[in-house]
Design a protein around this ligand. Structure first.
Ligand code: TMP
Length: 214
């Protein structure tokens, strides 16, 4: 496989979607390879169905390990149908969330623990690891405030969790970034959208100059 696997991570309210909406066209314009944008959970039929189940706030009874397994199942299907074929064709894959999300949300947020989450995800992904991860960091107060301000729709089952849940998620992300300094690049997502996009773009292009025009 000589493609490039880039993931984007962050707590709720980090502005991932807005950043990607500007970052992706810029990457696309300058990529020397075919480039694909996709997201988790979802991206393919089966995984989008699983996403509906996981995020539906009506399923109050969902057990946290069921939740973790559903994310891993959605991940597996998406990996096999989208990510691995694209990488094996030498493409650049820009994926909105991957295993780090499960480590942060289920491992820390739901308090299942990192070992269990790592092990089901090793099974699901056969240890596929991103080449590069952009982590958009935002403190939980700002993140939750943004969700409340921007929401036109009902918040999903994860977003309705309280401040402490989101703080555990953020701290886990910070720890993952500290433990994986070569793979995970942290960007301060409290900056203006344009600054976050610029910093994100430079980080990717500087890390993988051969994949992009100067
Ligand atoms: P999104 O808002 O980025 O589309 O993600 C949907 C929600 O799913 C978000 O609250 C984060 C959560 N999530 C997990 O809890 N674990 C995971 O493994 C993934 C991929 C997402």
């Amino acid at each position: 496989m000589n493609g490039l696997f880039v993931t984007i991570e962050g707590p709720d309210g980090a502005g991932k979607t807005s950043v990607l909406n500007e970052l992706y066209p810029r990457l696309q314009l300058n990529a020397k390879r075919a480039i694909v944008r996709t997201r988790e959970p979802g991206g393919v039929r089966i995984s989008e169905k699983i996403r509906e189940i996981i995020l539906d706030p009506n399923y109050e009874e969902m057990d946290e390990r069921t939740e973790a397994l559903l994310y891993a199942a959605a991940r597996r299907q998406h990996l096999v149908e989208v990510v691995l074929p694209a990488l094996s064709q030498g493409k650049i894959v820009i994926c909105d969330r991957f295993v780090d999300s499960s480590m942060a949300y289920q491992g820390a947020g739901r308090r299942i623990g990192m070992e269990g989450i790592a092990s089901i995800n090793d099974f699901a992904t056969e240890k596929t690891t991103p080449d590069f991860t952009l982590y958009l960091d935002v403190d939980s107060d700002t993140g939750l405030h943004r969700i409340q301000q921007n929401r036109q729709f009902q918040p999903d089952r994860l977003e309705i969790e309280g401040l402490e849940f989101h703080q555990r998620v953020r701290h886990a992300y910070l720890k993952l970034a500290e433990e994986n300094p070569l793979r995970i690049h942290k960007v301060d997502a409290r900056m203006s959208l344009q600054d976050v996009v610029d910093a994100s773009y430079s980080a990717i292009v500087e890390a993988y100059p051969t994949y992009f025009e100067e």
